[in-house]
Design a binder for this molecule. Structure first.
Ligand code: GDP
Ligand code: MG
Length: 306
């Protein structure tokens, strides 16, 4: 019996899955479908079908790689990726530069960005990948990167550009953040008016300037919005009697102890005999919990294995 799923996130991913142009894009949407599939007993069949489909897709991608075609030289997607999308001269390269360690070309020649540029934004102990892609009006606008990104930064200088950009976007899973750039060219009165209009429209937005020496340029606020948009958990692990790991594991929100175990013990969560937890999801430090215990951001997990 097929069951009826009405989770909006699931339906959105299902639609994106059917519209995806290649196996790599399909896999990303399928993974989202799996994470939003009903967890109860009635959804068991569906979950099984989806994971079987995932296995076939992964095999297909593997085969394609071996044959050596389809492996379009490009960017290996990190766990948290934001893509900068906008018109020519809106300040895409400048934004990449202020957010990350990248040194893209910056000038006012139209369509100067012909290839994607990549930078890493360090934020709260995590690395976030930021990609600048060619302008939306040009031929090199890269729909593939937009389709798979976790977060879309729509960079504009005028509010009407929001709809112009949205019209050109392929189906995507990522959340949108609207970034109004060049605010240094606006008076405080104009800024206040724009802010209140964007608030009325319930946009997720930030008003910024990429110029150096502008005070209250909105960049720190934007970094926080980007980080918050990923919906992830940072989980530290430790071995009995030792310090916690320096770098956290990154897991989707809603993950449980079992997901951590699968990730670090490579599918051997059956080996775990006892789990202790410290941090936001624990009642007290060192609490013993089961594999289904739901995690919170910045938890520390210790496994005793056989
Ligand atoms: N006044 C002002 N100019 C900016 C700002 N950000 C970028 N620019 C200028 O806009 C032009 C285009 O910038 P660029 O980053 O190359 O835009 P791109 O074509 O979207 O990559 C350059 O002359 C930048 O110096 C800003 O916040 N304020
Ligand atoms: Mg550029």
């Amino acid at each position: 019996m097929p069951i009826n799923v009405n989770d909006p996130e699931y339906l959105k991913s299902e639609k994106n899955y059917s519209e995806a142009k290649n196996p790599e894009e399909k896999l990303i949407s399928l993974n989202k479908m799996i994470s939003h599939a009903p967890k109860h007993k009635g959804g068991e069949n569906l979950r099984q079908q989806l994971t079987q489909r995932r296995k076939r897709l992964e095999e297909l991608i593997e085969k394609k790689k071996k044959k050596g075609h389809g492996g379009k030289l490009g960017i290996k997607k990190g766990e948290m990726q934001a893509v900068i999308i906008g018109k020519t001269n809106s300040g895409k390269s400048s934004l990449l530069k202020v957010l990350t360690n990248a040194y893209p070309k910056i000038n006012s020649v139209p369509f100067s960005t012909g290839e994607p540029f990549l930078g890493t934004m360090e934020y709260e102990n995590s690395q976030i990948q930021v990609v600048e892609i060619p302008a939306i009006e040009g031929e090199k606008f890269d729909r593939g990167v937009v389709h798979t990104a976790d977060t879309l930064l729509l960079i504009i200088t005028l509010q009407k550009e929001i709809e112009e950009i949205r019209k050109k976007l392929p189906p995507h899973e990522g959340k949108e953040i609207i970034v109004l750039n060049k605010s240094d060219l606006l008076s405080s009165e104009e800024k206040r008016r724009i802010r209140s209009q964007m608030e009325t429209k319930k946009y997720n937005f930030e008003i910024i300037s990429c110029l150096p020496y502008i005070r209250e340029n909105g960049i720190e606020e934007l970094k926080k919005k980007i980080f918050d948009s990923f919906n992830i958990l940072r989980i530290f692990t430790k071995e009995p009697g030792k310090e916690k790991s320096k770098k956290p594991l990154i897991l989707p929100s809603g993950s449980s102890i079992k997901d951590v175990a699968e990730k670090i013990l490579k599918g051997l969560s059956k080996k775990v005999i006892e789990t202790k937890i410290w941090g936001p999801s624990s009642k007290f430090g060192g609490q013993i919990v089961g594999l289904n215990h739901p995690l919170k951001d910045l938890d520390i997990v210790e496994f005793k294995t056989r």
